[in-house]
Design a binder for this molecule. Sequence first.
Ligand SMILES: [Zn+2]
Ligand SMILES: [Zn+2]
Length: 263
Amino acid sequence: MFDFHVHTHYSNDCTFDMDSYIHPAIKKGLKGICFTDHVDIEYPSSSIEFELDYAKYTNEIKRLKDKYSNKLEIFTGIEFGMQPHILEADEVFFQNKSFDYILGSIHTANKKELYGGDFLLGQSEHDSILNYFNDMIFCVNHFNSYHNLGHLDAISRYVSSGSFKSAMYMEFIEEVLRIIVQKGKGIELNTSGKRYSLPHFHPEPSIIKLYKQLGGEIVTLGSDSHSPSTLGFGFDEAAATLQSCGLKYYTIYKGGKPEFIKL
Ligand SMILES: [Zn+2]
Ligand SMILES: [Zn+2]
């Protein structure tokens, strides 16, 4: 299978170099991996900067692609943090750059970071969650650079345990999914949820089912690995989850074009 969400030391929150992923990926029987290091323009935390040296990054991936061409397929991707106010910066960033795959993710709500909990300050969890989905609706609608939307319901990790109920937000989630289907974009099934002690992957099956019902067919599989030990985490179960939601294929991207692989 193909793991389309892998971080390396090009991401500020990861210490492993690219080489260290190659042999574990081959050993686990993966056919390919896509490096998706962070680009988070105007990330609202002074302690973390998520920028990327594009030339260095793409050259290093090319070196590995050539070296391991008959053992592992390697793809050039990024995880791009979408925020409503960086729409113009997004267009500038993608000029003269090319990627196999661009995973668009929401890591903030109303200009405040999810990770440290700032997005919750001064308001109810419910209002904070609404900010998250309102940002998401704006971004999937107005941004064009992304291919798939990352970890749609990852917000459930950053509120009190068990307090996020997707049914309460389904009208917002449905709007996100309708826009994605209409634009020919896709979603990611991100298996990291179960590593964060949640009972499901991101997004939960009811959301994948809804995406399929709305006409969606494009789902990438990603472990969101920040360490080689979690490559391909839960992929057999993830494939079964997609099948149970009515999907027959999962998706990889080459040069920005989706390719469908039978489950
Ligand atoms: Zn992410
Ligand atoms: Zn990630």
